[in-house]
Design a protein around this ligand. Structure first.
Ligand code: HEM
Ligand code: HEM
Length: 206
């Protein structure tokens, strides 16, 4: 499997970032909601918050690496839309992707600021410490916590649209959009074959 994207396929770097970060973000949403809903001072909640913060900072580093990897290679073309309005639909899907990227950056930053506003430095995996970045106060704590939770619910909404879009491609349009993002799945892309045939100036036999 190629490491980099090609004109019609995702390479393994993109797939790795996509599915590894999808799993981390699911963990973040579940652990964040758990910590916010339960205010008991127990060990489980404490550990959930520690891991929420640690993995949140890792996500910030990963999203920067992912974005650099994205702009250093081409993005595979989307197939023609079976319901028309192809330009609008492709543009909308791009907007959703960019909005998800924006929130993958905004979430860790507002999380770090929430911790700073509470006067708590973050010891990331015992490797380095993010110090308190702003003057702690209850007002700024509540403000950043509110922004952090609004961004989280925005992210949940966008992911819902994103996943519905992927499933629509798979089960309604029955095309290759979801399959080509899955790891270890062989997928036939008609446009790619057409291009190859044209390039080799030959005819398709089957
Ligand atoms: C937390 C969960 C997820 C996040 C944060 C996420 C984020 C993203 C982002 C940012 C892209 C754009 C990639 C790029 O061009 O750089 C993308 C593409 C994609 N995602 Fe997800 N995703 C998630 C879950 C899922 C799930 C569960 C599915 C399948 C049901 C899925 C299917 C796809 C597909 C098929 C593409 C490629 C679309 C295309 O061809 O342009 N994603 N995802
Ligand atoms: C992609 C990254 C992140 C996601 C998706 C995420 C998600 C969430 C969610 C869903 C909540 C619950 C919101 C609510 O219902 O009010 C939450 C709360 C919180 N998050 Fe995050 N978060 C992320 C990163 C971070 C980071 C990096 C930190 C700090 C270093 C952080 C610190 C907090 C804190 C302190 C709370 C409030 C807990 C409480 O109510 O006491 N988050 N987060």
């Amino acid at each position: 499997m190629a490491l980099k994207n090609t004109k019609y396929r995702f390479g393994s770097i993109t797939k790795f970032f996509h599915w590894f970060m999808a799993a981390l973000i699911m963990f973040m949403l579940i652990s964040g909601i758990y910590v916010a809903q339960f205010s008991d001072p127990g060990l489980f909640r404490f550990l959930a918050l520690v891991w929420h913060k640690n993995i949140g900072v890792v996500i910030l580093i990963l999203v920067i690496m992912r974005y650099i990897a994205r702009i250093m290679q081409q993005s595979p073309a989307l197939p023609p839309s079976p319901i028309g309005f192809a330009r609008t639909i492709h543009w909308l899907s791009l907007c959703v992707h960019y909005a998800i990227y924006a929130l993958m950056v905004a979430q860790p930053i507002t999380g770090i600021l929430t911790s700073s506003a509470a006067g708590v430095p973050i010891n990331v995996m015992k490797l380095f410490i993010i110090p308190v970045l702003i003057t702690p106060s209850e007002q700024s704590f509540l403000l950043f916590k509110l922004i952090h939770s609004y961004c989280a619910y925005g992210l949940i909404g966008l992911l819902f649209v994103h996943i519905c879009g992927a499933l629509t491609h798979q089960f309604i349009h029955k095309d290759y959009v979801l399959k080509r993002m899955l790891p270890f799945v062989k997928v036939d892309i008609p446009e790619e074959r057409a291009e190859e045939i044209e390039q080799n100036n030959t005819i398709e036999r089957n």
